[in-house]
Design a protein around this ligand. Structure first.
Ligand code: PEP
Ligand code: MG
Length: 326
């Protein structure tokens, strides 16, 4: 089985009915990048930069960040790389001392882009490092925990200012740098049409989106019967966001844990997803599963999946679909 899967490292990712799917890697270390290359990833769909901040006691300097991002870009050999801006707060520890102290509900507090925008000087250091690294290959920037358009607008303004600064310093700049929003706050998913006007692409973060939609801590095992990706409310949001992306002709990927779990591959295909981002160790399994699935058949079953009232009903519907027709 291992050897059969290994042969898929250089194979295209295609459904049984011939649709090409993009498989991207979630990465946070050079080892992840090497693994992503060896498994034939189409790029990096989520580079979690907070890990750079957690390794240091002090904030990483612009040059330290630049070198990490540049090496990531070079390591992917010309494939697209999606760098997520700092996502500290909530369950993510804080070595750098940036996170607000004494918040009663840190998961609902100043985290992700909310925190970055409170510290424009720190944020601009990251932004300058990303702009410099983007001269070495195709880079996209992804903003975490977006709730409303003004956050994306503020980030764009900081990028513009950093460009002007770097230009004055005669430092090379990339021509374009697509800016995308993570969809992981329910309001962002429900009102996605407002965000998509200001975003070049979207990446759905189902780990947090499920947590916030279900009011169930993503790390609390006692809530397993609630915190499941099969929840109808979550599926309707995924479908809504994926359709909005298609209508606006903007790419939508999904980078939560379920993207790399073959138990959910058919479901996500049924909802219309065609870009998956996952830990690179999952890529071969997902590629293998996709080759067995008939995308057009699954798409026809999307309404039935979305009509289910409970997560048990979704599971039963999915099993019936997979058992009967695919
Ligand atoms: C998510 O929330 O689904 C996600 C991909 O981001 P993280 O797990 O880093 O919060
Ligand atoms: Mg998240």
């Amino acid at each position: 089985e291992g050897r059969r899967l290994a042969l898929l490292a250089n194979a295209p990712t295609r459904t049984r009915d011939g649709l090409d799917i993009r498989l991207l890697a979630n990465a946070e270390s050079p080892a992840d990048v090497a693994l992503a290359r060896s498994r034939g990833a189409d790029g990096v769909g989520l580079y979690r930069t907070e890990f750079l901040f957690l390794r240091h006691k002090d904030l990483p300097t612009e040059d330290e960040q630049f070198i990490a991002y540049r090496d990531l870009v070079l390591g992917m050999g010309g494939l697209p790389v999606t760098i997520r801006t700092l996502d500290l707060g909530a369950d993510k520890a804080d070595a750098a001392g940036l996170v607000m102290q004494g918040e009663e509900n840190p998961a609902l507090g100043v985290r992700g882009v909310r925190l970055s925008l409170r510290y424009p000087a720190v944020f601009s250091t990251q932004i300058r490092a990303i702009l410099r690294a983007a001269c070495y290959g195709p880079v996209r920037v992804l903003v975490p925990m977006v709730t409303q358009p003004d956050e994306l607008i503020a980030v764009r303004t900081l990028f513009k200012l950093a460009r002007q600064e770097l230009k004055r310093e005669n430092i090379d700049l990339p021509e374009k740098l697509p800016l995308g929003a993570m969809i992981e706050v329910p309001a962002a998913a429900i009102n996605v049409r407002a965000l998509i006007e200001h975003a070049d692409f979207l990446a759905i973060g189902t780990n947090d989106l499920a947590q916030y939609v279900l009011a169930a801590d993503r790390g609390n095992d006692a809530l397993d019967n609630i915190y499941t990706p099969l929840q109808p409310a979550l599926l309707r949001l995924l479908s809504h966001v994926i359709s909005a992306g298609r209508r606006a002709k903007k790419p939508v990927s999904l980078c939560g844990e379920i993207g790399g779990d073959v138990n959910f591959t058919a479901l996500l295909l049924a909802l219309g997803l065609n870009e998956f981002s996952m830990h690179p160790s999952q890529i071969l399994q997902v590629r293998d599963r996709l080759a067995t699935l008939h995308r057009a058949d699954l798409r026809r079953h999307a309404p039935a999946l979305l009509r289910a009232h409970t997560h048990e009903e979704v599971a039963a519907t999915l099993n019936a679909i997979l058992g009967n027709t695919v």
